[in-house]
Design a protein around this ligand. Sequence first.
Ligand code: BGC
Length: 756
Amino acid sequence: MPQTYTADADPRRVAESLTREQKARLVTGETFWETADVPEAGIPRITMTDGPHGLRKQGADGGDHLGLAQSVAATCFPPAVGLGSSFDPELTQRVGAAIAEEARAEGVSLLLGPGMNIKRSPLCGRNFEYFSEDPLVSGTMAAAMVTGIQSRGVGACVKHFAANNQETDRMRVSADIDERPLREIYLRGFEQAITGAQPDAVMCAYNRINGTYAAEDRWLLTEVLREQWGFEGMVVSDWFAVGDRVASLKAGLDLEMPTTDGRSSAQVLAALEEGSLEEADLDAAVINVLRLVQRRHLQASDSSAPDFDEHHDLAEEAALRSAVLLKNDGDLLPLSRTAKVALIGEFASIPRYQGAGSSHINPTRLDSAREALAALAEGELRFAPGFPLEEPAAEAARQEAEQLREEAVQAAAVSEVAVLFLGLPDVEESEGFDREHMDLPRVQLDLLEAVVRANPNTVVVLSNGGAVLLPFRDRVPAILEAWLLGQAGGSALADLLYGLESPSGRLTETIPLRLQDVPSWDSFPGEHGHVRYGEGVFVGYRGYDHRQTEVAYPFGHGLTYTSFEYSGLEAAVAGETLEVRLRVRNVGGRDGLEVVQVYAGREQSAVSRAPRELVGFVPVEVRAGELAEVSVEVPLNRLSHWDVRQGRWVIEPGQWLLRAGASSRDVRLSATVEVEGDHAEPPLTQRSTLGDALVHPAVGQEVRRIVQDAVAGQEGAFSAEGMLRMLESFPLGRLSLFPGAGLDEEQVENLIRRSS
Ligand code: BGC
């Protein structure tokens, strides 16, 4: 007799009471969006849906995972590319809560978001769904989103775990990554979100990592996720990611989605029968599924209707915080309300506000910038579409494009200022494929040149989910990077352009000068089923800064309608935290928001590392003329690197350089701080080099003295220091044979013993 399931039943006991058939059913979806129920045992089904920046709820069976079928109307918040630019976890948390309220009202128990993969290349077709090229920004924002979603009784699911950094060949490609970049760049944000916010679920990625499918990767799904990070939730597959259900169960993948119409259950039962699968592995998965069902099963009476107007306002607030003012020469922005303005570009009237694929929301409303600007304008506002949304191929289309350009140029010529909305067409950015270049369409670039010639007072407003090259940046005085801003983006842009609000977004990814400068350029997207992450830890700004490559706009950059002065940087270690304090004064005439960024680096390091790595950030609102005391708490472990020899995080002891500034390249203040760090070096062996022995905390000084003394008497062609350097690569075991090195076999053994 199966134990009847109740809200407070122990999932272990419930699992024990189920038959093998019932258990095998529970670990694969029943429909496209639902888990299986077991009515005989009183176990209900729960519903999950996409997606990161709004609710995409389709019918249970009429679903798809590419956003093709219509979903219920829901608020479309700015996708992660926008929201991330706010650098504001508190705002992100509120957005998460609002999405969850809408999910709850639709009976959705688990939201398939946030997406938090690292933007390894600007070409990744799904970058609009991800926060940043930096793991701290990704991890902080994702954790905030999870906290917000779960605060409303709906589960969150971080995705795609892990190293899903491209769409090309996404269901098979092996991301071949060395352990340091894997830990420090690609897993670190996940670790932060998972340990910090405890999402109910983690979605495994489609791709392989170093040859193993994420769905079948026991190291990833069990050793790292559960044993090292202490994850206690459920692992769900990405849709159709499971190739071998039995292998994935053994690896720790609890729930396969979507339904396989009984095929997987049959495989699981057969494997149990023939002994190639332990029942304990199945039970572990069943328990994790049941725990989620139990925690998040929603009763019809659980929810109240969401306030869509309030959510639209929140979407507008988020959009206001998402746009990044890249350039504003001569304070061309904000515009005067009475200015005579030429508003050019289709995107002002037909907004590009989200990307294509499984995150595609059916919005409750849609604001256009054209209408919002018209409502605020007190001077003449002329609109011209400027360019066709599709690149003109045929002669007739080319003529039409020319005519559109001509009209736009005329409007610009007779206006005080031209506001030019450019961007990537819908078809260029989507889940499922990557871009091949970073250029805006030719027809738009040609229009821009013509408009600037007619009126140099041109403001460019960009709508794009992935970064684009800005070859015109020296020829236009103002550029507002508006990314994709969700359904209220149009109103937000009007407020920003007319100065009712000030821009405050900062770049979460570097905008390079050329695609070839991108650190991952020569190994993206790989070939024959493999992509080698050849740039190692030097991803995004870490790579550009390391190589001192000139960029168009650096990571962290963003202007506003005022400016800030930094002073008084102090840093001190208190327990496990680095306390950083400084003052920021608003020295302009308007209130504004600064995102204070703290970077850490070292003069010398035992491992190759970027000159500056973001270790803390905080958005601060400062009124015109006022001074804000800013404090940034940096957990010391943010200074750690992954020691591949010991398989653990290590903080290098000694002096660390801290920089506070307004971007990775706009360092305003520096300070040094002494950090005790981890002195634990691995024990020496016969194969350790003299170099290893020289820096070993237990015996290093002694070794130096012995060898230095020994070689000092033999200075000839080499100085003692030169000899020492030459011998550094000698293994200890062989050094004892080297004449005149001063170490015999017994001494070496003694040193080895004392090093452990
Ligand atoms: C995407 C996931 C999404 C799932 C369900 C997949 O193709 O990669 O992000 O949650 O479909 O729509």
